[in-house]
Design a protein around this ligand. Structure first.
Ligand code: SF4
Ligand code: SF4
Length: 137
């Protein structure tokens, strides 16, 4: 399998470091994004859904087709800039068919813990080979 990005949704804090790192590394314009963070909640960025006290909010990093599927450089140990700079351990990169890869090992661990794996639906037209693991939502 081609190298994939695995997103451990429950670890994402919605900080946008991944997206900002990509913009910096690739000299993107202010309104240009290769990936962005979608808030699952009340409709706006960092807006909670529901009604107090039953409120909820979580985040989904979304990779657009503009993503260059880059592999970073020497400074990131050939890991995509977005993955390397995530401070929460929410992003993994590697061949999911290679049991030695960090991505495959994280996927196996999470599956054993009852996480489900999903992908964005085709109509989102997002980057290929991006998988989400998630539990309890
Ligand atoms: S893989 Fe590279 S181009 Fe794609 S979002 Fe991450 S840093 Fe940007
Ligand atoms: S994936 Fe990591 S860097 Fe990106 S928003 Fe989530 S916690 Fe922040």
């Amino acid at each position: 399998m081609a190298k994939s990005i695995l997103i451990d949704v429950n670890r994402c804090t919605g900080c946008w470091t991944c997206s900002m790192t990509c913009k910096t590394a690739h000299n993107l314009q202010t309104d240009e994004f290769h990936m962005f963070i979608r808030t699952i909640g009340g409709g706006g960025i960092d807006q909670a859904g529901g009604r107090w006290p039953d409120v909820y909010m979580k985040w989904n990093p979304v990779y657009t087709q503009a993503c260059l599927t880059c592999t970073g450089d020497d400074s990131t140990c050939e890991t995509p800039y977005c993955v390397y700079n995530c401070p929460s351990g929410a992003l993994y990169y590697g061949d999911l068919d290679d049991p030695q890869s960090e991505a495959a090992q994280r996927l196996e661990k999470r599956r054993a813990e009852g996480f489900r794996m999903w992908q964005q639906p085709p109509w989102e037209k997002t980057r290929d080979n991006v998988f989400y693991v998630e539990k309890g939502i």
